[in-house]
Design a protein around this ligand. Sequence first.
Ligand SMILES: Cc1cc2nc3c(=O)[nH]c(=O)nc-3n(C[C@H](O)[C@H](O)[C@H](O)COP(=O)(O)O)c2cc1C
Length: 252
Amino acid sequence: MTNERLALREMLKDKMRKTVDLAQTAQSRGEPMPPLQKPLPEDIPLIRLPDWQHNVGELQLPFSELVAARKSVRKYAPRPLTMHELSYLLWATQGVRKVRDDKSAWRNVPSAGNRHALETYLAVRDVTGLEAGIYLYRPLEHALVFLYTPDDYTDQFAKAVYRQLFVAKAPCSFIWTTIPWRMEWRYSEASVKVIALDAGHVCQNLYMAAQSTGLGVCGIAAYDQELMDALVQVDGTDEFVIYLASVGHVQA
Ligand SMILES: Cc1cc2nc3c(=O)[nH]c(=O)nc-3n(C[C@H](O)[C@H](O)[C@H](O)COP(=O)(O)O)c2cc1C
């Protein structure tokens, strides 16, 4: 066993709390709390997402049936996602249910210390009413911000997912980045493991929400870090991609 592999394994253990002085974290030292979501210019246009209630079908299946039926789906029907479906999936994965004093926001997924150090980008190819391109979800406003449409979109995306073409051609992909400081402010070096755990919760909610409404998902951890960071225009240090998932209607 190499020392490098042993060191990586250590990241999966909760040893940090015994080695990190939690009394010396940025929060304990009184540094300002990071914002609840990524700061953007105030005048940036928001695309409000519609109320999804009553507009997505088949939500009545018993939970046990959803669990039993869940599987990774890599073949999508040539059919666009609707804005209601997208709204529902974003609500299920990162929707905000309660805000207190602009300091804490509880979302529909759990997060270590309620820090929610994740951002959701969308690679939209075929969603009714949306131009193809890269979007950022605003959980506090339940809205989208259009960022840009990449040149050679499909080719660039395909390279960034090591030519997993079903991802590059899916109607929509969720691309989760982390802004580690949001977690590190409270947990210092102990943040790494819990950020990864948080991402798993988010993608599982995507799987289950999709399953409940006739959509299919495939979680994707095989991607080129630099190319994917470039696709969503993040710096790769203070914010970088950690996970993604493709979504589409299940091919009958
Ligand atoms: C963390 C994670 C990463 C994954 N990465 C990929 C991937 O890059 N490409 C892919 O085709 N499937 C990927 N999958 C899907 C798995 O291959 C799939 O979950 C597994 O084969 C079990 O199938 P099931 O999801 O239908 O139960 C990933 C799943 C998880 C949870």
